[in-house]
Design a protein around this ligand. Structure first.
Ligand SMILES: [Zn+2]
Ligand SMILES: [Zn+2]
Length: 135
């Protein structure tokens, strides 16, 4: 093992220990379901997130502590559910009768009609075509 690898390994170990110590301080289990498997760091309010949890552990104490005030321990499963929920909230409700609605997997008749209209438009006109009829 060369010196670079040695240092990298050493840092990784030391960051894992920090991470584990923090998880232990939070009760050592998922805040939602209590699982102790596949635990991850979750930002409770994603808007306050200033860095990737992965980068947290190499930061100095005060920066890390401030960021961790907004964090909780979640298992991989609960984390996925929470991020999925946040994503659907941030994009807002589906507007039916639009191609966007269709792209968001809505298959109601209004969205299907909008989608077929938009695809037939692209079929008729090759990419780069400028529709002069719109002025
Ligand atoms: Zn969980
Ligand atoms: Zn729809």
């Amino acid at each position: 093992m060369n010196r670079k690898d040695y240092i990298r390994n050493y840092q990784r170990k030391w960051m894992q220990q920090r991470r584990q110590a923090w998880i232990d301080s939070q009760g050592g289990c998922c805040a939602k379901c209590g699982s102790t498997e596949n635990l991850e760091v979750d930002h409770i309010d994603p808007k306050l997130k200033t860095m990737n949890p992965r980068d947290l552990w190499s930061r100095t104490g005060t920066i890390r502590e401030k960021e961790l005030e907004n964090c909780q321990v979640l298992c991989n499963n609960c984390h996925k559910i929470k991020s999925g929920l946040e994503r659907s909230l941030s994009v807002g409700p589906i507007v039916h009768g639009t191609n966007k609605g269709y792209n968001r997997k809505c298959r109601c008749s209004a969205c299907k009609t909008a989608h077929s209209k938009s695809t037939s438009h692209y079929k008729k006109h090759p990419v780069g075509y400028i529709d002069r009829s719109f002025g």
